[in-house]
Design a protein around this ligand. Sequence first.
Ligand code: ADP
Ligand code: MG
Ligand code: MG
Ligand code: MG
Ligand code: MG
Ligand code: MG
Length: 708
Amino acid sequence: MGLLYLGTPLAWDDAKQYADHVRTHGITQFLHIWNNLKDRAGDELLWGDEVFINFCGDIFKLIKLFDITKVEYMVVAFDNVEKNAKLSLRQTEILAKLQSIVNDIASDKGDKESVPTFHPEYGRFMLESTPGSPYTGAVRDLLSVEENMRYRRYLARKYLKPNEVPLTMTSYPRLGVQGVFTEPHFDPKDAVSSHSLFVPEEITNPHARFPTLTANIRRRRGSKVAINLPIFVDDRTPRPFVDPTIPWQRNIYPEDPEAKHGAALNDHIYMDAMGFGMGCSCLQLTFQSCNVTHARRLYDALVPVAPIMLALTAASPLWRGYIADVDCRWDVVAASVDDRTEEERGLKPLKHDRFRIPKSRYGSVSLYISDEWQNRPEYNDIDAPYDAAIFNRLLGSGIDAPLAKHISHLFIRDPIVIFSETIHQDDTASNDHFENIQSTNWQTVRFKPPPVKSPIGWRVEFRSMEVQPTDYENAAFAVFVVLLSRAILNYKMNLYIPISKVDENMARAQRRDAVNTEKFFFRKDIFPPGVPSPLSTPNSSGFNSPVDPTGNSIPRPKSKKLGNCFEPAPKPEVEHAFGPVEEEYGEYTLDEIFNGKGGAFPGLIQLIYAYLETIDVDEDERRKIDGYMDLVKRRASGALQTPATWTRNFVRSHPAYKFDSVISQEINYDLMVAVDEIERGVRPPPEFLPESYNVCRSTQHHSMTNGI
Ligand code: ADP
Ligand code: MG
Ligand code: MG
Ligand code: MG
Ligand code: MG
Ligand code: MG
């Protein structure tokens, strides 16, 4: 997200007058960056995480905040008398406190870089946390992620009230129920931005950007957003399920009748506000690439990885007080910011609007962007409308077609929030208009150009993963994706499958228990012609490894750092005769994709291990990596549950559960207490963590407290 300007936001009717202005200058700004930085090269691997936290209050008079990579946290307040775990709306105060603490620590240490940072997020019960400076490719940095996340959680926790805890929960189970779910309580009738039937104005960060986003999405769309998740039908769930908790007859805002006029579907959990989606937390990773070509290669490689990582990290089966029949947040967030008009959604003939748009602005990637030979045009096989004038302007300015298509596809969207003070900008000194459109295209992977006049290079952000309840898991998935990205680049893997199949995988990934019940499209042969599998040679490290006169391979010197500049896959001299695209992929279980399938496909984990053979890793480091890989391996095989499955089972085995799909206040309270206890290591590891979880945790905790 861009910086939070203090300024005067324009209401939609005013903002839309400037849409073309923002797009035109946004493209000018992009071209300025491109012209200056397209040849920027040799950037090292820098990377960082973002973790989102929620504040829960009144559990046991104990305040805690969760940690950061960017990890997002929710703060939950516990009421032990009422047995209610509520969202704490103290983001502004908590953030101010944390920022002053963090500044103090930084000046004491004389080192701002090592102190984590906290950022506001959409929900007033949320925080985003990132490391103070990005990690490098050093193995030491890779393995400091967990400690860094813990430190962030520790800081967050330390300055909460005694009854508050920071939780890294993807979705808060009782957001928007009837009754009290925030601390303090507010009535949804005051929801002047969203006009929601369920969530009050006060769940939204009060900074002008957020209420304006909320209101302008509703205004642009011409109705409230409508989110319908299929309900999990349990033994005593009434059928058809007609939600008795929807205030069907409310009549305060003009949109109130939408629910009864078809927006709320039977047998679904209906939600009607941006907060249901943007109030979710996630785990994101950003990688700096060696140069722009590498960034585009990495972007494309991560596109098919996004859905399978979503399936493995599934953590959000509970919504607005009910159990859903899905395990992930993705479609909820997509629908929660869907600002497309009826014409754009294809419900009416195009008259006022310019495009039919198949997806929300929060959605899976629609176009691969590499200009290397492996990116066959056939893979971009879905309807991805683009602005032809912008496309031509970019082509005319020397940008190649795949990148011009990508940018002009993002730029079919209108800017939603415009501040009157920043309408006119110096396009050589600002990227703000570009970022206005770019950063409100929330896709599974984001291609991030360097900011103007900064040391930062071309980056790629991986955005699909759900945040996990514990730092251990968040670190494990972060480390896994970092290593996978290196293995992919090092072994020149080709992971392309048609985008339509990636989209199908996104749908499958969110289904209940997808790990055990779904197959996913995946490329059959991921090694390009002329590039042997690293595992097909006797020495796993030594594909291409030198051989001595007696035929034994000579160990290559190992690198101290993860690589960043990799050779591209060699283009075959004879124009490679591609076969039909349909023969390039098959359907596989996650177990096969991660853990391998006979000789044909070794599995992603083994390829990471092969890559690790080229890196100088000591025994302790190796043990730690093994632990993380083991978690991923066992999630993929189904031996460990996802947090979503565990959560569903927790609710269904709770003594107060009535098998009616309802998460009562009491069940939610016990769930939040359990999740907090699991993270703190005072409850035995649940089915989604390895048996050794508490052991690892206590050693770590020891070293962390020494460091503070
Ligand atoms: P956004 O919210 O736009 O995705 P943030 O600035 O919140 O971006 O965080 C992005 C992540 O990128 C953070 O984890 C940060 O540590 C990391 N980061 C910062 N500088 C670099 C860099 N040069 N290369 C890669 N990652 C970086
Ligand atoms: Mg961020
Ligand atoms: Mg962001
Ligand atoms: Mg953010
Ligand atoms: Mg981000
Ligand atoms: Mg091959």
